[in-house]
Design a protein around this ligand. Structure first.
Ligand SMILES: NC(=O)C1=CN([C@@H]2O[C@H](COP(=O)(O)OP(=O)(O)OC[C@H]3O[C@@H](n4cnc5c(N)ncnc54)[C@H](O)[C@@H]3O)[C@@H](O)[C@H]2O)C=CC1
Ligand SMILES: O=C(O)C1=NCCCC1
Length: 323
């Protein structure tokens, strides 16, 4: 009987349904608030009326040797009564199926009963780009006109969309891929990409760019310090393993480094760990006004991805669909 009750109470929300309601307009504001709540939860005392309680341990992973990993990303956000976990796999060598696959499970916070399961690929794709937009809004030096994207996969596409939608000042988007034909395919995908040009080298793509996004599956640095314009802002989105890096260690050490979670970065980010760069702040601390946005300096936002971002995205989907 209990099983019958359960199976009739939770829904599976497909990728199509998620995409139909998860707009960047809603998502960027929600992710910004989520990042702020996450950083506030650790900095204020239990007596503080403005305290927010977000319980989000660092992602746990199990490896499948020479293939990939399964990550488990739980969170509880007291303010929203959200009890959520994402299960995500990353198999970078996949050829004919996506490299990332995920489901997001939402539970009723007062009973622990399952409420809904959502396609997690679409949530991961969009909320990651939304987090980069939030960091760029706070850390870019003025209105960006040139964006460089290194990598041309799923995240490249979502970052392209989210950035073009948010920053009307953008005049040119340059894209690079280690397989040049893939950069050309990306730039020529459809007429909406009229402002997009494929570049032969990373240097051609990033020279003079105001904002750079690294979204590759590379395990060694692709973005070199000497090519980056002083004052540029970089969103480092790939390299989610402690032994992987996408960004020149000299660039990591000379830039002001922001992260999504300090604890996460110190466990998972090869860009931070291998370079021994100092982490200046969490981006949520900038959102909360407790740390400075050094917009006049070269800045790096090292993003690893957080459950709090998945949870606020899931909330938008459930609210919009009335579930
Ligand atoms: N920070 C976050 O929240 C998240 C980070 N990611 C990471 O972002 C990166 C991109 O993810 P997706 O676009 O979904 O993956 P994808 O598999 O769709 O694209 C990967 C891109 O990297 C390129 N690439 C592969 N090997 C390379 C190499 N050795 N050098 C340079 N480029 C190489 C591929 O050609 C492709 O353009 C991955 O590292 C992924 O793990 C993904 C999701 C969330
Ligand atoms: O936050 C996520 O989701 C992921 N981050 C790093 C790569 C796997 C998925």
């Amino acid at each position: 009987m209990a099983m019958e009750h359960r199976s009739s109470t939770f829904e599976f929300v497909t990728a199509e349904k998620v995409l139909s309601v998860l707009s960047y307009k809603l998502l960027i504001d929600a992710v910004e608030r989520g990042l702020g709540l996450f950083s506030k939860s650790k900095s204020s005392s239990g007596q503080d009326a403005n305290r927010s309680s977000v319980d989000q341990p660092v992602r746990t992973t199990v490896a499948v040797p020479n293939k990939g990993f399964l990550g488990c990303m739980p969170v509880y956000i007291e303010a929203d009564e959200l009890l959520v976990t994402k299960l995500v796999t990353f198999f970078p060598k996949n050829e004919n199926v996506p490299t990332h696959n995920a489901v997001v499970a939402v539970f009723h916070a007062n009973t622990g009963v399952p409420r809904a399961f959502l396609d997690g690929d679409t949530i991961t794709t969009r909320r990651t780009a939304a987090a980069s937009v939030v960091a760029t809004k706070h850390l870019a030096n003025g209105k960006p006109t040139v964006l460089a994207i290194l990598g041309s996969g799923t995240q490249a596409a979502s970052h392209y969309e989210a950035f073009c939608e948010t920053f009307s000042s953008l005049k040119q988007v340059r894209v690079w891929n280690h397989k040049p034909e893939r950069a050309k395919e990306f730039a020529n995908k459809d007429e909406r990409r009229h402002n997009c040009v494929a570049c032969e080298s990373v240097e051609d793509a990033v020279r003079g760019a105001d904002v750079i996004v690294t979204v590759t599956s590379s395990s060694s640095p692709v973005l070199m310090a000497q090519w980056v314009k002083p004052g540029a802002h970089i969103n480092g989105v790939g390299a989610c393993r402690p032994e992987w890096a996408e960004i020149d260690p000299n660039l990591m050490r000379s830039a002001v480094v922001y992260v999504d979670s300090r604890e996460g970065a110190l466990q998972e980010s090869g860009d931070v760990l291998l370079s021994k760069a100092e982490v200046y702040a969490e981006i949520g601390e900038v959102v909360n006004g407790t740390k400075t946005a050094h917009t006049d300096k070269t800045t790096v936002f090292k993003s690893l991805g957080m459950a709090v971002e998945d949870a606020v995205a899931a909330k938008i989907v459930l609210d919009e669909l009335g579930l």
